[in-house]
Design a protein around this ligand. Structure first.
Ligand code: HDE
Length: 707
């Protein structure tokens, strides 16, 4: 099949009309279709001369049933929607590649991990979990991080999240958990939020959720960008060598740009200003050639060490602290191509935890085992039948050759026999891999011995130690944010019993946490429950995950006529040189007149944006310009809000008067600004470097007066 026709004007991103980038792109190109002719046709290829007026009996008469064009057009429209994903409905995806940087051949026969420099095409979809397709991006939620590797040995899906643990230990509880967190059944409220009674009712009765709740109430749940979050496979998986030797493995994605978050007040404002904030950020970065990148790391545990930990490797509510088993970098993921059609690609992509390739296998983690059933099942209803693997985005680049036949939407004409064994078809397709040939999936041969019982292992019973570990590992400001998040969420619960029960659970995590939350809710501070260890894992704190550089950070420059252009341009050059996106904002679009000379192009009108859509604010000098801005409440608000959200602020020359108009707290005006990320200068001298460094720190969470 070859539908492609080249029409550069309509090509958009992707390879239509360009050289394909890799094997997957080449395959996708065969399915891409841009309109070839000017003439409009029906689905049957019949040309039509009018798509604006239905066929009718007389100018003012009834529409006729025989108008096949009208009926086809409306019918096709009526059937455009498919069920959204039952969870992770809202997402955004992109293509790219995975490159192996360290061979894992010693541990796995997976071809794509064995050779340094090997590139494998991928499609990655990021998502929120709770909200429907149309919900806002910046809600407090877990983010999905699902990767489909189109390897030469078949598709491998690593369907992970941006948090390394999960709410439950056994998949049989997943429907209960999802019912509890989703919008409540009677009124479908709240959209994209866990701050409601049923979620906290469930969790408060379910102590195994506690560790995950710590992550969910932390800033990890409100990422600044999909490009700035970690990803985790969550479960312990198994690498297997060609001779059948197994090694436990956990997968980690680490973003090159560091792990950065929004702050809670900001997330709520962004949800109104730009509900597509994370989706847009990913799209724009890729369009601008700022390809997001992650390092793949693995934690490897020899089988002999399975029982050496004080938690169970099969329990998905536990991490392996990096201090116990280091994360070993083995590859990099680069996303360099946006999809061309959201529905065809991002919506129809179908991930499945059981899509594994030779060399990667499962463990008996009861959460993973259940997922291996659920993902195939859900695609059957979501994508309308069993042929979804033939959809372009889902097709492997490896050959597909079997006796599966028919079903809705079958795209392939299969001649010949459709059973095995056969002689009439020459015995094909034949069993692969006689004599131990490579590239054939062979299940790991694990000896299993046990009674058929419905019990949870004793080794799964400690629900608090790692929640405590997480708490202990946080910087002070991270702890503050966690307490504030619990206060907000539980404060939204109508049931006092739910609030109290939850605070009771938190007393097992840490007395400071329980006390902070209880005070915010006006509840009695519970007595400390049990002994709480002081163990910490520094790798868990975002304060230790700042990443490299400040590329794609966005700075708003507030300006008006009379702006001092040369010092601004000097700072701009420095920032742009480091990859920062600098946008000039003024009350209206057009070009500003500089103070003594020069002009300044306005990139965006102030009212179309907001401080929450930027990482930092810069105010150039120029008496007239600053006076105009200081008299504009919208401009003052940019400065005030950016300050209260902990973002770097800089003023050149008389620009500091706008900071004064925003009434920043005394400490800043009094000169303690530098440590707090607020920079002022007579000219531009030194500000650029300090400001850039401050952008690298992302936020100044210890400022007075933060929201
Ligand atoms: Fe999922 N999950 N999940 N999940 N999950 C789905 O599959 C499920 C779990 C994750 O961008 C569904 O295609 C069960 C953990 C991501 O298309 C469904 C259990 C983790 C995505 C499903 C879990 C995830 C999904 C809904 C408990 C992190 C979005 C639509 C055992 C490791 C993938 C779909 C995409 C989607 C089932 C728990 C990640 C219903 C039963 C743990 C990233 O099959």
């Amino acid at each position: 099949m070859h539908l492609m026709s080249v029409n550069p004007g309509q090509a958009g991103p992707g390879s239509l009309g360009n050289e394909p980038r890799d094997a997957k792109d080449e395959q996708l190109d065969r399915f891409r279709s841009a309109p070839r002719h000017d003439a409009l046709t029906t689905d049957q290829g019949v040309r039509v001369d009018d798509t604006d007026n239905a066929l009718r009996a007389g100018q003012r008469g009834p529409t006729l049933l025989e108008d096949f064009h009208n009926r086809e057009k409306i019918t096709r429209f009526d059937h455009e929607r498919i069920p959204e994903r039952v969870v992770h409905a809202r997402g955004a995806g992109a293509y790219g590649y995975f490159e192996t940087t360290e061979s894992l051949a010693e541990y796995t026969c997976a071809d794509f991990l064995s050779e340094v420099g090997r590139r494998t095409p991928v499609f990655v979809r990021f998502s929120t979990v709770q909200g429907p397709r149309g919900s806002a991006d910046t809600v407090r939620d877990v983010r999905g991080f699902a990767t489909k590797f189109y390897t030469r040995e078949g598709n491998y899906d690593l369907v992970g999240n941006n948090m390394p643990v999960f709410f439950i230990q056994d998949a049989i509880k997943f429907p209960d958990f999802v019912h509890a967190v989703k919008m409540e059944p009677h009124n479908e409220i709240p959209t994209g939020a866990s701050a409601h009674d049923t979620f906290w009712d469930f969790c408060s009765l379910q102590p195994e959720s506690t560790h995950m709740l710590m992550w969910l109430m932390s800033d990890r749940a409100i990422p600044r960008s999909f490009r700035m979050m970690q990803g985790f496979g969550v479960h312990t998986f198994r690498f297997v060598t060609a001779d059948g030797r197994g090694t436990f493995v956990k997968f980690h994605w680490k973003p090159k740009l560091g792990v950065h978050s929004l702050v809670w007040d900001e997330t709520q404002l962004i949800a109104g200003r730009d509900p597509d904030f994370n989706r847009r950020d990913l799209w724009e970065a890729i369009e601008a050639g700022e390809y997001p990148e992650w390092e793949l790391g693995v934690q490897l545990v020899p089988e002999a060490d399975e029982h050496k930990f004080d938690f169970d490797l099969l329990d998905a509510t536990k991490i392996i602290p990096e201090e116990l088993v280091p994360v070993r970098p083995v590859g990099r993921l680069v996303l360099d191509r946006n999809p061309q059609n959201f529905f065809a690609e991002t919506e129809q992509v179908a991930f499945h935890t059981a899509n594994v390739v030779p060399g990667i296998d499962f463990t008996n983690d009861p959460l993973l085992q259940g997922r291996n059933f659920s993902y195939l099942d859900t695609q059957l209803i979501r994508l309308g039948g069993p042929n979804f693997a033939q959809l372009p985005v889902n097709r492997p680049v490896a050959d597909v050759n079997n006796n599966h036949r028919d079903g809705y939407g079958q795209q392939v004409i299969h001649p010949g026999t459709n059973y095995f064994p056969n002689s009439l078809g020459g015995g094909c397709p034949a069993h692969a891999g006689a004599g131990g040939a490579p590239g054939v999936f062979r299940h790991y041969q694990e000896r299993v011995d046990g009674h058929k019982i419905r019990v949870r292992s004793e080794s799964f019973q400690d629900h608090y130690s790692q929640a405590t570990l997480f708490w202990n590992s946080m910087a002070d400001w991270e702890k503050r944010h966690i307490v504030q998040a619990f206060r907000f969420e539980l404060g939204k619960c109508d049931s006092m019993a739910v609030r109290e029960r939850m605070v009771g659970n938190l007393a097992h995590v840490h007395p400071d946490l329980a006390a902070g939350v209880a005070e915010g809710l006006g509840l009695p501070v519970p007595a400390a429950a049990g002994t709480v260890t002081g163990a910490a894992s520094p790798a868990l704190s975002q304060a230790n995950l700042l990443g490299e550089g400040i590329r794609t950070r966005k700075v708003a420059v507030l300006a008006a006529d009379g702006v001092e252009v040369p010092p601004l341009e000097e700072v701009r050059r420095e920032l742009v040189g480091q990859g920062v996106i600098v946008e000039v904002l003024a009350a209206s679009g057009g070009t500003l007149t500089g103070k003594d000379s020069g002009t300044l192009k306005v990139d965006r009108a102030l009212p179309t944006m907001a401080s929450v859509l930027y990482d930092a604010v810069l105010v150039p000098g120029g008496d007239d310009a600053v006076a105009t801005l200081a008299a504009d409440p919208a401009a003052v608000r940019y400065v005030e809000e950016a300050y209260r959200h902990g973002k770097p602020l800089a003023a050149l020359g008389s620009g500091s008067r706008l900071l004064a108009a925003a009434r920043l707290p005394e400490a800043v005006a009094g000169g303690a600004g530098r440590e707090l990320g607020v920079f002022t200068s007579a000219g531009s001298g030194g500000v650029a470097r300090d400001f850039a460094q401050a952008l690298g720190r992302h936020r100044f969470p210890n400022r007075p007066g933060l929201l």
